[in-house]
Design a protein around this ligand. Structure first.
Ligand code: THU
Length: 136
């Protein structure tokens, strides 16, 4: 499959994951499709909780699925929401993503065909990483 088709395919997967989102408190459903360096695909959705801070974002759910399967390096994550504009990952998700994929390609898509794309290194400059601990 050509790279140009990969984002479209991953948008579809992200929207499919979004359908399973558990977001009764915010009403903001999110799906994430994560592609590992070797092409293995994972997905996640947001999982909210009546104790609000216990909720989990879609991106971190996808990373948890990948790490559970033994995959720790990623090349692409696609995020899907029902917002009018493409939404970037929240700060906590950026931090979790940078642990495993500092140069990650991030795409966000909307139902209307809107797209935005970033590099994680642009969204999270000067990150705290495992190397930061070496200087303690
Ligand atoms: N959310 C995500 O799943 N990913 C993000 O990057 C931003 C926010 C979720 C968390 C919460 O369930 C809902 O969206 C509203 O913030």
């Amino acid at each position: 499959m050509k790279k140009v088709d990969e984002v479209a395919r991953e948008c579809e997967r992200a929207f499919a994951a979004m359908e399973n989102a558990y977001a009764p408190y915010s009403g903001f459903r999110v799906g994430a499709a994560l592609v590992a360096e070797d092409g293995t695909m994972f997905s996640g959705c947001n999982v909210e909780n009546s104790a609000y801070p216990s909720g989990l974002c879609a991106e971190r759910a996808a990373v948890a699925a990948a790490v559970t399967a033994g995959m720790r390096s990623y090349r692409l994550i696609v995020v899907a929401t029902e917002a009018d504009e493409p939404t970037p990952p929240c700060g906590m998700c950026r931090q979790v993503l940078v642990e495993f994929a500092p140069d990650l390609r991030i795409v966000s898509c909307t139902r209307g065909g809107g797209r935005a794309e970033w590099k994680l290194s642009d969204l999270l400059p000067h990150p705290f990483t495992p190397r930061s601990l070496e200087h303690a």
